[in-house]
Design a protein around this ligand. Sequence first.
Ligand code: CU
Length: 158
Amino acid sequence: PATTKPAAPTAKPAGDTQKPAAGADKPAAAAKGVRTVEIIGTEDMKFSLATITAKPGEQLRVRLVVKGSMPKIAMAHNFVLLTKKASPVDYVTAAMQARPDFLPADKKADVIAATGLAGAGETVEVTFKVPAVAGDYTYLCSFPGHFQAGMKGTLTVK
Ligand code: CU
């Protein structure tokens, strides 16, 4: 009688449930809870991060740490995240007149999230829900002149 060969063991797992979720390329992002992104604001009027990537609907905390030695009246920073519809130039133009915090009340609808102003040695933060709509959102410092000097960045939601 012919010898029966043992059946080859199945190497492949049954089913395809092991696939990573689409777009799961960032293991750093915690699945639950709030993720903190720290940005440093400096006297050369730049954010240390010019780009932030986030997932739609993610809870994000942006912490702005301000370094320098100039008095706050002359040099302070904030973080203002604008909607896609908002015009950053229009926003900062209105902000110039909006002392003391440079967050113009009549442009509140343009803002997704904003911190208060921080001077050298101070830290401010804001926690917010990232928009559900994918795309690029501008963030900026609305202290007069800083946006024009390049104090801005892009939050990419994807
Ligand atoms: Cu600034």
